[in-house]
Every structure is written in C-alpha cells, then in structure tokens.
Design a protein around this ligand. Structure first.
Ligand code: B1M
Length: 221
C-alpha cells in the first residue's frame, strides 16, 4: 500500500477531517482525509484503490477497535466524518461507474422503535466497508422494508431494535420479507437481541456489533 493511502487510512481511523479541523489535537494543522484524498486523485491513484486501500481500511480499523471496546461512540462518529470528507471526492467516480461498491445494504429500525444511534453507527461502518447504504430511518413498517427490497433485489437487509417490545416485530418483518423476496439475506442486531432469538425468527445473521455485520456482508457479498 502506498504511503499516501496509509496516511488516508490513518486520518479516517483518527477522525482527522481536514487541515483546519482541531481534532485530534495531536494532528492539529496537518492535512486530513479531505486534502489527502484529493492529493491521491491528483497523483492518479485509482479511485477504487483510494477507497479500498485508504478510506475503507481506516473504517475497518475503527470498527474493530469499537468492537473490542478500545474506542467509543464519538471516535466512530469522527472517523465517519473523516471518511465522508474523503468520500465526497470519490462520489463522481461512483456515479460514473468507475468505482464499484461491494453491494447494497438497506437498514432501518423496526416498527414502534425510535432508537437510531446504534443503527446509524452500523450504517456508517458498513458504508465505510464499501457498501452503498440505504437508510430507511426509524419506526419502519414491514411494508416499507418490503418495498425497499423489491426496488433493490440484490440488497442485504439490516433490522435494528432496542426495545424488548419492538424486537418481536422483527419476526413479522423477516417472514414477510422472505415471502416477498426469498433471496434477501436479513441481518438483525440491537442490544436486547441474542443469536438464539435471531435463529428463532429466521434471520440469516445476528451480530452484537457493527463489525460482525461487516464480516457477514464481506463473506456473503
Ligand atoms: Co430508550 N430505552 N427508550 N431512548 N434508551 C433503552 C434502550 C433502555 C434499555 C433504557 C432502560 O430502561 N435502561 C430501555 C429499553 C428497555 C427494554 O426494552 N428492555 C429504553 C426505553 C424503555 C425507552 C422508552 C420506552 C422510554 C419511555 O418513553 N418510557 C422510549 C421508547 C421510544 C421508542 O422507541 N418508541 C425510549 C426513548 C429513548 C430516547 C428517544 C430518549 C433515546 C433514543 C434517541 C435516539 O436513538 N435517537 C433513548 C436512548 C438514548 C436510550 C439508551 C440510553 C441508549 C441507547 C443507545 O443509543 N445506545 C438505552 C439505555 C442504554 O443502552 N444504556 C435506552 C448506544 C448505541 C451505540 O448502542 O443502540 O445498542 P445500541 O447499538 C449497538 C448494538 O446494539 C449494535 O451495534 C450498535 C453499535 O455498537 N446494533 C446492531 C444495533 N443495531 C444493529 C443492527 C445490526 C447489527 C448490530 O445489524 C443489522
């Protein structure tokens, strides 16, 4: 990997957005993911390589540290901001088809549930892993999930729930999605869930953290 790409990965992992951002204090005044991504493009490094060997590596590293409780929610939020600062320069290449995503991932918090902090972290880390994320928001009725998987037939579907009273809604959604679009792989997660519950409701994968969802997607995509 080129030195520039590992610097981009390091900026994402540390949440270093650009030269003017004061965070993290020890990198004050230094270039961030924003400038370094532009520099990499000017040096004719392929956008796909900048994504997969720079930005994605940084998000993977922060995802693993988050799973291992070595960093916390604000660190992931800063990393995602730095990643987005680099990604905005790669967006035109996504649109032109020069950069391929690994796949699509639809996510939402299930009906009756308004918790979205964990769902948003999962979205950011999955986007950082190279997937296109379609976020349906919170309190998502089953019909909306079905419409989304029918519009995006190759997409994976992720369901999040934080309440014992709403996790039970997942079963209805999983069954209805599987009936409408049987090939759809459904991932579930959220604090009250267990592997046993996920198996019982017919989900394809359960993960207690965003990195576990990334690992499943990387294997299945
Ligand atoms: Co709520 N709330 N809340 N709440 N809330 C909990 C969940 C609760 C445990 C608090 C408690 O009583 N100790 C409790 C649930 C009890 C239960 O069901 N057993 C509870 C309750 C009861 C309620 C209300 C009913 C309170 C009331 O009004 N009486 C109400 C319900 C509203 C509704 O949804 N209809 C309610 C409301 C709220 C707020 C709106 C105030 C706010 C949500 C704000 C928001 O999300 N925008 C809120 C909050 C913040 C919490 C706590 C404090 C924090 C949740 C959180 O964001 N955690 C929570 C108590 C706690 O956990 N300490 C609590 C941080 C987040 C990073 O973790 O969401 O677990 P988490 O996500 C993790 C993993 O679970 C996993 O990865 C994430 C990152 O590591 N993950 C996935 C999540 N989704 C995944 C999907 C995947 C894979 C992994 O694949 C698809």
């Amino acid at each position: 990997m080129s030195e520039l790409l590992s610097k981009i990965a390091g900026c994402v992992e540390r949440g270093k957005i650009n030269a003017t951002s004061p965070y993290p204090p020890d990198l004050k005044g230094q270039e961030g993911a924003d400038e370094l991504t532009q520099k990499a493009l000017k040096e004719n490094i392929a956008p796909q390589q900048i994504l997969s060997e720079g930005l994605v590596i940084g998000m993977r590293n922060i995802g693993v540290k988050f799973r291992d409780n070595k960093v916390f929610v604000p660190d992931v939020l800063m990393a995602a901001k730095a990643m987005n600062a680099g990604m905005k320069h790669l967006k035109p290449f996504f649109l032109s088809g020069a950069v391929q995503r690994k796949g699509k991932f639809i996510i939402g918090t299930v009906a009756g549930d308004l918790h979205d902090i964990g769902k948003n972290l999962v979205s950011m880390i999955i986007e950082g892993a190279g997937f296109e994320v379609i976020d349906l928001g919170v309190d998502v009725p089953t019909e909306k999930f079905i419409k989304a998987v029918q519009e995006h037939p190759t997409a994976f579907l992720g369901l999040s729930a934080l309440l014992t009273t709403t996790m039970i809604n997942m079963e209805k959604t999983v069954k209805a999605v599987k009936a409408a679009a049987p090939a759809t792989k459904v991932l579930v997660g959220g604090a009250p869930l267990t592997q046993e519950f996920a198996t019982q409701i017919g989900a394809d994968s359960y993960s207690a953290d965003p990195q576990g969802a990334v690992d499943f997607l990387n294997k299945a995509a």
